[in-house]
Design a protein around this ligand. Structure first.
Ligand code: HEC
Length: 125
């Protein structure tokens, strides 16, 4: 049987290892996408059952360009084109970027994580 003192000792070591691991490997763009976007957006170009439009091939794509997806009037009329700066503006402040859009979304990521995610997303076919 472990003594209470020993248990605390092992818990402390485990906590240190976990903390060290987090510092060594921050979540990748793909992992951030899975955390923050995947529930509403698939990749590729096919409209599926999800709430948002598919996000494959996003780089230099016009906003609201996926056929068969019903966008808000605001996004359709925006005249935006998706590049890293527009994507970051959209993700960091969606309602300032394009008021009255339909992406009901509160970004849980830091600015730095959002940038890493955006760079990854714009490379996906
Ligand atoms: C709660 C669901 C939801 C989440 C989570 C979400 N989105 Fe969206 N997203 C939407 C909806 C709905 C739209 C359509 C908005 C409109 O028509 O105004 C949209 C639109 C977009 C568009 C515009 C696409 C186009 O074809 O013009 C981009 C880019 C986008 N989202 C990126 C993201 C990224 C990246 C994440 C994760 C960081 C994310 N979204 C998280 C629901 C979501």
């Amino acid at each position: 049987m472990m003594q209470g003192g020993q248990t605390r000792y092992w818990l402390a070591i485990t906590a240190c290892l976990l903390a060290a691991d987090t510092r060594a490997a921050p979540p990748s763009g793909e992992q951030l996408y899975d955390i923050a976007c995947l529930s509403c957006h698939s990749l590729g170009d096919a409209v599926d059952h999800r709430v948002g439009p598919p996000l494959g091939g996003l780089l230099n794509r016009k906003a609201a360009a996926v056929k068969d997806y019903r966008y808000s009037e605001a996004l359709s009329a925006s005249g935006w084109n998706w590049t890293l700066p527009t994507l970051l503006a959209w993700l960091l402040e969606p309602n300032t970027a394009i008021p009255n859009n339909a992406m009901n979304y509160v970004n849980p990521l830091t600015a730095e994580e959002t940038q890493r995610l955006g760079e990854w997303l714009l490379q996906q076919p």
